[in-house]
Structure formats: structure tokens, C-alpha cells
Design a binder for this molecule. Structure first.
Ligand code: GDP
Ligand code: MG
Length: 186
């Protein structure tokens, strides 16, 4: 028998951003397809595993790291970021202060983690998620799509998505895009 060789990848993905922006909700939606208004923020680190049949011969396992309660400090230790290959940075579109947090989180990432030497050692790909877009009245946001595209270019994000963990909007798409970027580098 000549079975085609299956390529398997395991990627550590960080999910970071200010408290209450919906990080845990996004992970639960993505991995378990559920949503609740009440996730306890327990101190520590939570992991979730998502297995993607990327293509007939490629399986990607995503180990999603949820910072669970430590985000109030606005940064994480280097040990926590170690060997991450991508990140989702989340803000809450209804709370502008959480968007200020985005730059802070990106800087923290760039200072503390980079791609493996074998991959060129650059910064890891980061997708920006403007979450809770279901709460925007008539879809109105104080940031336009073109502004966000410009912001991403200037600040080293690979792409921006408006998302809703509640209504399952763009969660899969954002994660998928991040994976495609990692696969491209590898
Ligand atoms: P975390 O602190 O970043 O992990 O945020 P959580 O996932 O705990 O979410 C904080 C609160 O926002 C919870 O009450 C969630 O139910 C709510 N939430 C999260 N995502 C959404 C969303 O897309 N839409 C709405 N309306 N609420 C959300
Ligand atoms: Mg949380």
C-alpha cells in the first residue's frame, strides 16, 4: 500500500488582549462552538486544542493559550510566550481603552518572542480581532475598515477582523488566516 504521507503540525498560539475583551469566549466558540455570558477569570493558564484538517494531507493542531486573569498586568513573562508561532490580539470594539491596549500587547510580544532561527527569526504573525461587533449599533464603529488596514500595516499585524464570539462571526476566518500565515513561513 502506498498511503499518502500526512503532514502534521503543532502550533502554539497565544490569545492576548485586555481583560473582558472576549478572549476566553473566542476560544470556547472556536473550539467547542459554545457561548456564555459568564466565564470565570481564573488565575493561571488555560489551554485548548483545536484540530484542523487543513487539506487532505495536512493536519494542523492548534494549542491555544488563554491568559486567564493575568491580563490585568498588561504584559506576560517571556516563559509564557516561549515557542509561540502566532498570536491573536483581541480588543473590544465598544471600549476604546482596550484598543489602546493593542499596541502595548504587540510591543510586549515583539520584545519577548520571535520565530525559530530556522524560520528566519522574525516576529511571529499576529492577527488583530475587534471583538463584540454584534454590539455595534447598525454596525457603526469609530474605526473604518481602511483605517484598520492602515493600522495593521503600520503596526505589523498580518490582518484585522471584526469578530463576534457571541454570533460566531469571523472567528474561524481569523484563526484560519493566522494558520495560513504560519504555514507560509514554515
Ligand atoms: P476575557 O477576559 O478576554 O477572557 O473575556 P471573556 O471571554 O470572559 O468575556 C467577557 C465578557 O464579554 C463576557 O460576559 C462575555 O460573555 C462577553 N463577550 C465576549 N465576546 C462577546 C461578543 O462577541 N459579543 C458580546 N455581546 N459579548 C461578548
Ligand atoms: Mg478570560
Amino acid at each position: 500500500h502506498n498511503l499518502p504521507e500526512v503532514k502534521e503540525y503543532l502550533y502554539k498560539i497565544l490569545v492576548i488582549g485586555d481583560l473582558g475583551t472576549g478572549k476566553t469566549s473566542i476560544i470556547k466558540r472556536y473550539v467547542n462552538n459554545v457561548f456564555s455570558m459568564h466565564y470565570k477569570s481564573t488565575i493561571g493558564v488555560d489551554f485548548a486544542l483545536k484540530v484542523l484538517q487543513w487539506s487532505p494531507d495536512t493536519v494542523v493542531r492548534l494549542q491555544l493559550w488563554d491568559i486567564a486573569g493575568q491580563e490585568r498586568f498588561g504584559n506576560m513573562t517571556k516563559v509564557y510566550y516561549k515557542e509561540a508561532l502566532g498570536a491573536l490580539v483581541v480588543y473590544d470594539v465598544t471600549r476604546p481603552s482596550t484598543f489602546d491596549g493593542v499596541t502595548k500587547w504587540k510591543n510586549d510580544l515583539d520584545q519577548k518572542v520571535s520565530l525559530p532561527e530556522a524560520w528566519g527569526g522574525g516576529s511571529i504573525p499576529v492577527v488583530l480581532m475587534g471583538n463584540k461587533c454584534d454590539l455595534l449599533k447598525d454596525g457603526y464603529s469609530n474605526k473604518s475598515e481602511s483605517e484598520m488596514i492602515k493600522y495593521c500595516e503600520e503596526n505589523g499585524f498580518v490582518k484585522w477582523f471584526d469578530t463576534s464570539a457571541k454570533e460566531n462571526h469571523n472567528v474561524d476566518e481569523a484563526a484560519r488566516y493566522l494558520v495560513s500565515q504560519i504555514l507560509e513561513i514554515e
